[in-house]
Design a protein around this ligand. Structure first.
Ligand code: C5P
Length: 391
């Protein structure tokens, strides 16, 4: 959310405490925030709370002391999004009717940026015909809705009307604000390590966490792609909107990719696929008392990326190279050996099991280094690069 200017409208609901956390999350993600509070909101928390949490300014009434600024117009002048969270039934009704009787409802009416609502109200108020009519009107007028969630309410009732959790709203905001660079493009991604068994309790794997591949899957979905993620063993959570297929061995991954690839236009091979597997793993646990140290013999696994790139109707292929030395030379050799247009090169120490990454986009005749950034930011840069190539 770096560089995004968010205006957070806060109305009077017990869910205001979630807005405080939401503001922190927005600022932590690089957004700058102006807060507009209604009178009722100020009975739950004070403007000072939002100020102390890092808001650029907190607007509470439609004229400042000098009487010069016009807060309801100025607040959203170059904003990316006006988000009302929590949004009561009352503010939805006012916004649907174009009523502008306080600074927040006036700012909604004057907004030139998209307007989003995260509703919070009693479930009977939510289901009331008047509220539902107002929501239908607002959606028709182009408003975005995040939630509400279902569950137990402050008043003891149970049902729809709870405000979403701040982390859920942040994720949905990212989706709403991300340009749809890969709209409806079908993207197949491999991620994580593979695991090659030696016997039923032992095996060979590697240090890949899967974080970079999962971040790419998330960024692709946010960019509008339909994503299939073939994941080796990892405990990472599936990003929202991603279709996930779990595999264990390199051969499983190869078979899953070959079954899926014809349905996809882009293939991003992020997985750290084991180059070799144990020839004839034991079906029984190898007992040291009987065998001593075993001698293992290996056979080579198929190269999934090279096999996909060699297909007659190959998708646009991207590979990764994790190296300890000669990063660019090794990555460029892969561009030619695997016959792919783009290899994302990273040093093992920069990438494996880290939350950040420092990568170089290596093509036949170019090498473009990116500054070290979060794996989410690297993923977004890669999606933008792929969109340039395939669109
Ligand atoms: O051959 P190497 O492992 O160095 O190349 C790394 C790239 O090739 C990665 O994109 C990885 O996902 C892919 N790869 C593969 N199948 C293998 C080995 C690597 O798809 N058996």
């Amino acid at each position: 959310m770096g560089g995004q200017k968010i205006v957070l409208g806060v109305t009077g609901s017990v869910a205001v405490y979630k807005s405080c956390e939401l503001l922190r999350g927005l600022i932590k993600n690089g957004a700058s925030c102006t807060v507009i509070m209604t009178e009722a909101a100020q009975r739950f928390v004070t403007p000072l709370t939002f100020q102390a949490l890092g808001a650029d300014q907190v607007i509470t009434s439609d004229c400042n002391q000098a009487g010069t600024a016009i807060p309801h117009i100025d607040a959203t002048r170059d904003a990316t999004l006006l988000l009302i969270a929590p949004a009561t039934a009352n503010i939805l009704a006012k916004a649907a009717q174009g009523i502008a009787d306080d600074v927040l409802s006036a700012a909604i009416l004057a907004a030139r940026c998209p307007v989003a609502f995260a509703p919070a109200m009693n479930t009977y108020m939510w289901h009331n015909n008047a509220t539902q009519r107002n929501i239908a009107q607002l959606i028709q007028d182009g408003a975005i809705f995040f939630g509400p969630a279902n569950g137990e309410q402050a008043c003891g009732d149970v049902g729809s009307g709870r405000m979403l959790e701040p982390s859920e709203i942040l994720e949905m905001m990212q989706g709403a604000l991300t340009p749809r660079l890969l709209d409806r493009c079908r993207v197949l991604i491999t991620a994580g390590p593979t695991y090659e068994p030696i016997d039923p309790v032992r095996g060979i794997t590697n240090l890949s966490s899967g974080k970079q591949g999962f971040a790419i899957a998330k960024a692709a979905v946010l960019a509008g792609a339909e994503v299939t993620l073939i994941a080796g063993p990892t405990t990472l959570k599936t990003p929202a909107g991603v279709r996930r297929i779990d595999v264990v061995t390199a051969l499983d991954m190869y078979n899953a990719v070959m079954a899926e690839v014809s349905q996809h236009e882009v293939f991003i091979s992020v997985a750290a696929v084991a180059d070799w597997r144990v020839d004839a793993p034991s079906t029984h646990k190898i007992k040291k008392e009987f065998t001593g140290a075993p001698t293992l013999s290996f056979v080579e696994n198929p190269d999934i990326l090279a096999s996909v790139a060699a297909l007659e109707n190959a998708p646009y292929c991207v590979g990764f190279a994790a190296e300890t030395d000669n990063l660019i030379d090794n990555a460029r050799a892969k561009v030619f050996r695997k016959n792919v247009p783009l290899i994302v090169a990273n040093l093992v120490k920069d990438a494996m099991n880290q939350d950040t990454n420092a990568v170089v986009f290596v093509e036949r005749d170019a090498a473009t280094p990116l500054t070290r950034a979060s794996k989410d930011a690297v993923a977004q840069a890669l999606i933008a690069k792929i969109a340039q190539e395939v669109n």
